[in-house]
Design a protein. Structure first.
Length: 238
C-alpha cells in the first residue's frame, strides 16, 4: 500500500495552522497510527508567498515517486481518518483523484461546473447529468452538503480543493502544474494537461468540509481567467 503525503500551504505560522485551520484541526484528531505524513508550507504570504502550482511541482519528482500526494487547501476538514485506504483504492482506477468534477464539461466555460453563457445555461450551471461528487460547505456556521452527482466517476475536470495524484504516473508522463497559475485555474489547467497525456482522472467518495465557496469575479480570478482561456484557445487552434 502506498503512503499518503499531504501537501498544503497556509498563511498561518505552524502553531496557528494546527490550531486555527480546518485542515490542521482535522489532522490533530487522526489516530497516530494512521496519520499521513505532512508537508505544509507555513507563512505563505507577502514577499515569501509562493503559488500553489510552484509548491505542488516541488513534490512531483522522483523523491516522492512512491507516494500518493494529497494536494489539499488548508480550509478543508478531512472527516475520514482512513483516507490512506480510500486513496489507495482510488488510484487503482484513477491517476488523479478529486471529490467533485465534470464528466463532459463545456471547455469554453471558465469552470468545471458553472456556466456564464446564459443562452446555454440560464440557471448558471452546466448540465447536471455530467457532474459528479459531493462536498460539505460551511454556510452560516452550519455544514451543508453540496451533492453534484454520482461518484466514483470518470471526469475531465476536477475541483482543486482536494487532488490526490499517483506521483509515479505524473513523472512517467512528464505532467506538472503550469506555474503561471498560482492559485485560480491551476486545477482546470492541470486536468487538461493530464488529459493531453492520457492520464485517467475521476472522483471518489471521501467526506470533507470546505470553508470556501470560491472567489469568482475577483480581480485575481479575472486575471487568471484571461490567461487560462488564452492558453487553451491557442492549443485548440481557435
Amino acid at each position: 500500500m502506498k503512503k499518503i503525503r499531504i501537501v498544503s500551504a497556509t498563511t498561518k505560522d505552524e502553531n496557528r495552522f494546527w490550531r486555527d485551520t480546518l485542515l490542521g484541526q482535522s489532522l490533530t484528531l487522526f489516530p497516530r497510527q494512521v496519520l499521513p505524513r505532512t508537508s505544509i508550507t507555513f507563512n505563505n504570504s507577502g514577499n515569501r508567498r509562493r503559488g500553489l502550482s510552484k509548491i505542488y511541482n516541488s513534490f512531483v519528482r522522483s523523491k516522492y515517486s512512491e507516494d500518493i500526494l494529497l494536494l489539499v487547501h488548508d480550509d478543508v476538514y478531512l472527516h475520514d481518518w482512513q483516507i490512506e485506504h480510500r486513496l489507495n483504492d482510488a488510484i487503482e482506477t484513477f491517476d488523479v483523484v478529486g471529490l467533485a468534477g465534470n464528466k463532459n464539461p463545456d471547455f469554453a466555460e471558465p469552470s468545471w461546473a458553472l456556466g456564464w453563457n446564459r443562452m446555454k445555461y440560464p440557471k448558471g450551471w452546466q448540465s447536471q447529468k455530467h457532474l459528479s461528487g459531493s462536498v460539505g460547505h460551511t454556510v452560516g456556521g452550519k455544514i451543508r452538503v453540496s451533492y453534484y452527482g454520482p461518484t466514483p466517476r470518470d471526469c475531465q475536470l476536477l475541483d482543486g480543493l482536494f487532488l490526490a495524484i499517483n506521483t509515479a504516473k505524473l513523472i512517467e508522463k512528464s505532467v506538472k502544474f503550469d506555474e503561471q497559475f498560482d492559485f485560480h485555474f491551476y486545477d482546470l489547467d492541470f486536468c487538461r494537461e493530464c488529459l493531453k497525456k492520457k492520464l485517467k482522472i475521476g472522483t471518489w467518495p471521501i467526506s470533507v468540509t470546505h470553508a470556501s465557496g470560491g472567489a469568482y469575479g475577483s480581480p485575481a480570478w479575472e486575471s487568471a481567467k484571461k490567461k487560462y482561456l488564452l492558453k487553451w484557445s491557442v492549443v485548440k487552434g481557435r
